[in-house]
Design a binder for this molecule. Structure first.
Ligand SMILES: [Ca+2]
Length: 532
C-alpha cells in the first residue's frame, strides 16, 4: 500500500504541481514559506548534551521565519536506532519528516527504493530548494553521492564547505631547513627522498649533532597509505579505494603502485629517515617530540596543522608537501572527501506538504550570506556572536569575516556547550545544512596558514577518490566483514615491510596471495556499486 501511495504521489508530482496541495505556499516572497497556518510533525534523536529541541533558538527561529509550526518529537539518541526502525513500521503514525536522524544508506534503500515510505525528492529539490540546488549543480559528486541505485534522492545532506577539512592528509615539511640547505621544494618522490636524506646528514638545525628525525609521525599507518597518491593512485582514507577516469575502481593494496610506495618507505626506514618509534607514538607523543626543549628535530610529519605538533612560533616554518609525482611531468593528484554527510532530513509518505518542508530546509543551505547556515551553527548575530573591527569595537558586518568574529557564551563553559544547550541541534547531531566556512571558531593565524597551504598545494590537484555509494544490506555486511580481514592483513604486512621484518623483494608475493582473493571480492562489491 505504501509503495502504491508513494507511487501515486510521484505521479502527481510528475504530472504537475497543480494536483498537489501547494495552496499554502507563499508565492510572493521566499519567507514566510506558508501563507496560512500549518503544523508539521518532526521527529529526531536528541543527544544527551542538547537542551530540549523545542527550546533551542534554531528551531524557534526556523518556525518564525518560515511561518510553519513544528510539532517536535524527540527520542533519546541512545534509543534512536531501535525507535526509528519500529516507528517506520507504524503506518498512519509516521512523522512528516525526520530531522538529524542519521538515516543510513541501507535504510534509504529499504525505506525508499524498496518500501516507498520515504518520499523521493529529486524532482522537488530543483523546484523548491534553489540554495541546495546551486550547491548540487556546482559539484556533481554531491548529487551522485545522495542518489540511490534506483535514481532517487530521499535524504538531504550536511555539507562541509571548509576546504581544509576536505583534504585527507597534510604532510608538513620543515621549509626553514630546506631553505637553509638550499633545497628546492620537492616535486617528485625522489626529490623528497633526497631532501629527507639531507635533513639527516647535513645538520639543518645547526647544533653539530645528528639529532634530526627526517620523517616522524604517529602509529596511524594510513599516513603511509595515503602517500600512494604520489605514485598516481589516490585512495579513500577509509576504504583504500580509488577510481580511474574510465570508471574502474581499484583497491590500493592490490595495485602495483602499493609496492612502490612500500618500497619507498622501506628504503627510508633502512636509511634511518623514519622515526623508529613511529609505530608506537600517539599524537601526544609526537607533540612532545615537536615541542621538546632545545633545537627542533622534526623534518616532516602528517597532521592537520603543524602547530599541533611543533611550537606555534615555528608554524610557518613548515609548509605542506606538494602533491608529489613519481616522474617529472606526471599529473599530480590528491584525495579530497566529498565533505558530505548523508541522511540528515527525510520526508515520509504521510507528509502532505513535502514542498513546504523542502522550502523550509533550504534556509540552512544559504551559501552566499549564510543566513540560515549561520543561525544553525552559531545562533543569532549580535547576540550569540558578533563581529569587531580592527579596534575591537563591535560592528555590523553584512559579510562574514571570521577573523573578526567574537563568540558570546557568558554563563557557559564554552561556546560548544552553549550551542548544545540553547542554540542548535547542530552541536551533537548531524543536521541538514552547510557549514565549515561558518564553523563556530574564532579564526587565528595558525589556521590561516593551513588554509593558505592547502590552497597552494592540494586544492589544484584534488579529486574524490571514491564517492559515497549505496550498498544493499547484504553487501554492507559482507564488505564490512571483508574489510576487517583486509585491514588487519594489509596493516600488518605493510608495517612489516616498512620496518624490514619482511622483505619487499622476497615476501611480497606472499602478501599478495594472502589478500588477493578477499581484496578482489571487496573490490567487486564496490565496483558494482560505483557503476550504478
Ligand atoms: Ca643537528
Amino acid at each position: 500500500m505504501k509503495k502504491l501511495a508513494a507511487l501515486i504521489l510521484v505521479l502527481i508530482m510528475m504530472t504537475g504541481t497543480a494536483l498537489a496541495d501547494t495552496s499554502v505556499l507563499n508565492t510572493e516572497s521566499v519567507y514566510p514559506v506558508v501563507t496560512s497556518e500549518l503544523t508539521l510533525d518532526m521527529l529526531g534523536p536528541r543527544d544527551a548534551s542538547q537542551g530540549e529541541w523545542e527550546d533551542l533558538k534554531f528551531f524557534k527561529k526556523w518556525q518564525e521565519i518560515t511561518g510553519v509550526k513544528l510539532n517536535i518529537e524527540t527520542v533519546p539518541e541512545d534509543n534512536w536506532a531501535t525507535a526509528i526502525n519500529l516507528r517506520m513500521m507504524e503506518e498512519g503514525n509516521l512523522p512528516d519528516f525526520i530531522y538529524a536522524g542519521g538515516i543510513t544508506a541501507a535504510q534509504e534503500v529499504d525505506w525508499g527504493d524498496d518500501q516507498g515510505i520515504l518520499l523521493p525528492l529529486e524532482e522537488l529539490i530543483p523546484q523548491y530548494m534553489p540554495n541546495l540546488s546551486a550547491l548540487l549543480d556546482a559539484d556533481p559528486v554531491l548529487r551522485s553521492s545522495i542518489t540511490t541505485p534506483a535514481g532517487h534522492i530521499y535524504c538531504l545532506p550536511w555539507i562541509n564547505d571548509m576546504p581544509r577539512d576536505l583534504t585527507s592528509g597534510k604532510y608538513w615539511i620543515n621549509n626553514a631547513w630546506l631553505q637553509k640547505l638550499g633545497i628546492a621544494e620537492p616535486k617528485t618522490v625522489d626529490e623528497l627522498y633526497a631532501a629527507l636524506k639531507a635533513f639527516k646528514e647535513q645538520d639543518p638545525n645547526g647544533n653539530g649533532q645528528a639529532d634530526e628525525i627526517p620523517y616522524s609521525g604517529t602509529k596511524q599507518i594510513k599516513d603511509f597509505y595515503r602517500t600512494l597518491a604520489w605514485w598516481g593512485k589516490n585512495i579513500d582514507n577509509n576504504n583504500q579505494l580509488g577510481t580511474t577516469d574510465d570508471g574502474e575502481v581499484y583497491y590500493g593494496p592490490l595495485t602495483p603502485e602499493w609496492k612502490e610506495m612500500v618500497t619507498f618507505w622501506a628504503n627510508a626506514w633502512k636509511d634511518g629517515l623514519v622515526d623508529t618509534q613511529i609505530f608506537e607514538m600517539d599524537s601526544a607523543a609526537l607533540k612532545a617530540k615537536g615541542q621538546a626543549e632545545g633545537d627542533q628535530t622534526l623534518g616532516m610529519f602528517q597532521t592537520a596543522g603543524a602547530f599541533l605538533v611543533i611550537p606555534s612560533e615555528q608554524n610557518e616554518d613548515y609548509t605542506i608537501v606538494s602533491c608529489l609525482v613519481k616522474n617529472e611531468g606526471d599529473t599530480p593528484v590528491w584525495t579530497r572527501t566529498t565533505g558530505l554527510s548523508r541522511g540528515t532530513l527525510a520526508i515520509t509518505c504521510e507528509c502532505e506538504y513535502p514542498e513546504v518542508v523542502l522550502r523550509m530546509a533550504d534556509w540552512v543551505y544559504e551559501w552566499k550570506e549564510y543566513e540560515g547556515g549561520i543561525y544553525n551553527m552559531r545562533g543569532e548575530a549580535g547576540v550569540d556572536f558578533y563581529y569587531v573591527d580592527e579596534n575591537g569595537e563591535q560592528t555590523e558586518q553584512a559579510k562574514i569575516d571570521r577573523e573578526h568574529l567574537v563568540l558570546e557564551y557568558t554563563g557557559y563553559d564554552s561556546f560548544e556547550v552553549k550551542r548544545a544547550k540553547v542554540l542548535t541541534a547542530n552541536s551533537g547531531s548531524t543536521t541538514p545544512g552547510i557549514g565549515g566556512g561558518t564553523m563556530p571558531q574564532v579564526i587565528y593565524p595558525l589556521n590561516d596558514w593551513i588554509n593558505t597551504e592547502v590552497e597552494r598545494q592540494q586544492i589544484p590537484f584534488w579529486k574524490v577518490a571514491y564517492p559515497d555509494v549505496y550498498l544493499s544490506a547484504e553487501d554492507t555486511n559482507r564488505a564490512a566483514d571483508l574489510k576487517v580481514q583486509l585491514d588487519y592483513a594489509v596493516e600488518t604486512w605493510t608495517a612489516q615491510f616498512i620496518t624490514g621484518s619482511k622483505s619487499v623483494e622476497t615476501d611480497y608475493d606472499a602478501f599478495l596471495s594472502e589478500i588477493q582473493k578477499l581484496g578482489e571480492e571487496y573490490l567487486a562489491i564496490y565496483q558494482a556499486a560505483y557503476a550504478k
